[in-house]
Ligand binder design. Structure first.
Ligand code: PGA
Length: 259
């Protein structure tokens, strides 16, 4: 197994259908069928279907930014994993810090969503990361450990092998322009990989991709991608323009896969 880099865009609550389709058309021309890098785009629910259709024939993979863990039911305003698959999503971001902080999602709730996504083979990108206060208190490792153990509790080796990505996103770096240094990110990624080794096995530690998120752009991504444990990026602001986003993909391509 080798870890092919992933560059995942997180559009958050941006773009109309017209804007989204124009973006995909532009990106698809730049990307072609090149699949050295896995190119993921997490789009708003309303854009999953039109984006999946526009992305056909290219290597761009469309996914969602959240889901509910229930299969169906009286949950006004929520969307189930099976509905995401039905619309064309192949992956889902879970536990993003905006979901944790603004919408008060707990590790216990995120755990249920991860379980359901794994069961549906809807590839979860599980987001974890510390706040600035926690970093200053030297709690980074303990926060990551708690988030990993609560969100991945009971997950089977088979379910997560090749079907889980972890995104390390320090909360203080998201949308602030204050990117973690490659050394800080590398330390956190190594911690997560060691955790996977201790709690699952060596194969899982080698196969699960751990990507960095928080103010990644085309100028700072090279330094991050030079670290062996950083397998790509989760990109917010810099994923909204196809040419800028593609520059990050190009940089990940230089890095290549870790075997
Ligand atoms: P940012 O967002 O790149 O705008 O900091 C990253 C994220 O929220 O995943």
């Amino acid at each position: 197994m080798s870890r092919r880099p992933i560059v995942a865009g997180n559009w958050k609550m941006y773009k109309t259908t017209t804007e989204a389709v124009a973006f995909i058309d532009e990106l698809a021309k730049l990307v072609g069928k090149d699949d050295d890098v896995a190119i993921y785009l997490a789009v708003p629910f309303t854009l999953i279907k039109p984006c999946s259709e526009s992305a056909k024939g290219s290597s761009i993979v469309i996914g969602a930014q959240n889901m509910h863990d229930a299969t169906e039911g009286a949950f006004t305003g929520e969307v189930a994993g099976s509905m995401l698959l039905d619309a064309g999503a192949k992956f889902v971001i879970l536990g993003h810090s905006e979901r944790r902080n603004i919408f008060k999602e707990t590790n216990a709730f995120i755990h249920k969503k991860v379980q359901r996504a794994l069961e549906l083979k809807l590839h979860p990108i599980l987001c974890i990361g510390e706040t600035l206060e926690e970093r200053n208190d030297e709690q980074t490792h303990s926060v990551l450990q708690e988030q990993l153990s609560e969100c991945l509790k009971g997950a089977s080796v088979d379910a997560i092998n090749n079907n889980l990505t972890i995104a390390y996103e320090p909360v203080w770096a998201i949308g602030t322009g204050q990117v973690a240094t490659p050394e800080m990110a590398d330390d956190a990624h190594r911690f997560c990989r060691d955790w996977l080794r201790q709690n699952f096995n060596e194969d899982i530690a080698q196969n699960v991709r751990i990507i960095y998120g928080g103010s990644v752009n085309s100028s700072n991504c090279n330094g991050l991608f030079q670290k062996g444990d950083i397998d790509g990026a989760l990109v917010g602001g810099a994923s909204l323009q196809a040419d800028k986003f593609y520059q990050i993909v190009e940089s990940a391509k230089q890095r290549g896969s870790v075997v």
